[in-house]
Design a protein around this ligand. Structure first.
Ligand code: SAM
Ligand code: SF4
Length: 314
């Protein structure tokens, strides 16, 4: 699919829930989400139907996200159904990793191709403080379980936060010496609870390049600039939506767990997909793509979306 600015759109991020077993301070309020009736959230049937329609329209890669996608009942069945859609080249999932000890193997068996696992700190006390409900050891066990289940090219996503984990970049980089992972540093985006945080929390991903590590640039992948340490088995990625805006190369659309198509993570514009089926659903997806906003405005102001990140999926 081509959008109104001539960009090719072939990547759908599909949110399967806005619920989460963590409450990361930058993402969600402490009290969690307002309880809504089940019927507000897309059923498995609807999620599968939207995924399939998007593939018919030209989407080649689907990433399941949330909230925490692994708390969604029926997630394995959804993965199985999406994996069976002809034309889908890659089915990926972004997770906080805490439930991977139980679910990595069945996810692999359903045909999920790749996992991104979010991990912002390697220190147990900081981890507990940032996630409010999480335990670092669960995520480390989850990463191990993902490897044991046969997942390759695992990406660890680390949101870089000034005054919180910027003194740990060296520890994260060091992981790539021994593990074949891509450790990716992501700039914190001002939205939801963190929109009001002090400026010093928002660091350019280039901070990582200023460390004393001899990072050598390699080919970029998607929106990530990439590097490798000499002799490392893993790689390093920098995702810089603010300091190096990549809207011109954006290939994504998003669907929220309540069934709204978003052309841009940071835009207020949303197009309801619920109740649409078959050709009408595909026409709506094409319409949303055509009107995908050209760019976000994070260099001038906070995100325009009134949603918290757990309500979109990153
Ligand atoms: N719960 C899953 C997880 O944490 O990976 C999936 C959903 S979470 C919303 C997706 C990603 O968005 C996570 O890597 C999280 O760290 C990131 N994220 C949340 N709020 C963010 C923000 N304000 N700026 C940058 N990344 C953010
Ligand atoms: Fe949950 Fe992921 Fe948001 Fe953390 S970043 S609160 S794990 S949705």
């Amino acid at each position: 699919m081509q959008d109104g600015s001539g960009r090719t759109i072939d990547y759908l991020r599909l949110s399967v829930t806005d619920l989460c077993n963590y409450r990361c301070r930058y993402c969600m309020p402490e009290e969690g989400v307002c309880k809504r009736p089940h019927s507000d959230i897309l059923s498995l049937e609807e999620l599968a139907e939207i995924g399939e329609a998007a593939v018919h329209c030209g989407v080649k890669k689907i990433r399941l996200t949330g909230g925490e996608p692994l708390v969604r009942r029926g997630i394995l069945e959804l993965c199985r159904r999406l994996r069976a859609v002809s034309g889908l080249e890659e089915l990926c999932l972004t997770t906080n990793g805490s439930l991977l000890p139980e679910l990595a193997k069945p996810l692999r068996e359903t045909g999920v191709d790749r996992l991104n696992i979010s991990l912002d700190t390697l220190r147990p006390d900081r981890f507990a403080a940032m996630t409010r409900l999480g335990r670092l050891s669960d995520v480390l066990d989850g990463i191990r379980a993902a490897e044991d289940a046969g997942f390759q090219n695992i990406k660890l996503d680390t949101v870089l936060i000034g005054g919180f984990n910027d003194d740990e970049t060296g520890d994260f980089l060091a992981l790539t010496m021994e593990h074949p992972w891509e450790v990716r540093f992501i700039e914190l985006m001002p939205m939801g609870p963190c929109a009001a945080w002090e400026k010093s929390c928002f660091l350019s991903a280039d901070t990582v390049l200023k460390s004393n590590f001899p990072l050598q640039e390699i080919d970029p992948c998607g929106v990530a600039r990439r590097y490798r340490l000499p002799g490392a088995v893993g790689t390093v990625g920098l995702i810089s939506p603010i300091s190096h805006e990549f809207c011109g190369e954006c290939r994504r659309i998003r669907v929220t767990a309540d069934g709204k198509l978003k052309g841009c993570l940071h835009s207020r514009e949303e197009l309801p997909l619920r109740g649409l089926h078959g050709e009408a659903l595909e026409a709506a997806i094409r319409q949303g793509v055509l009107h995908k906003p050209q760019r976000h405005h994070l260099s001038e102001r906070s995100s325009d979306t009134p949603r918290n990140m757990n309500q979109i999926g990153g």
